[in-house]
Design a protein around this ligand. Sequence first.
Ligand code: ZN
Length: 95
Amino acid sequence: MTGQPEWKIEQPPVEDMMFPVRCMHCHGVYSLTHVQVTGRFTDCSVWTAPCCGMRGIDDRPWVRDRHYQEISREEATSGGDYYDIFGMRHRGGGR
Ligand SMILES: [Zn+2]
């Protein structure tokens, strides 16, 4: 299938995510292991969010709060409603 932007990386099921995070831009949930990394520097990595395509996300401690929040797998699956990478709202606790 083509036509997908390259940053739109398919995410594993939440329960298989090693490092689930919540995107602060669209509230999508994605895994840090499944992103398109656009730059690696000595003090941070830079990537494009797989949910909304927000570019320039980096993991330096003083900026990452603006971009994403690390959440637990439990929080991703049961901690209230969450949004998947397609922006679909899901009720917490069920899939
Ligand atoms: Zn997003």
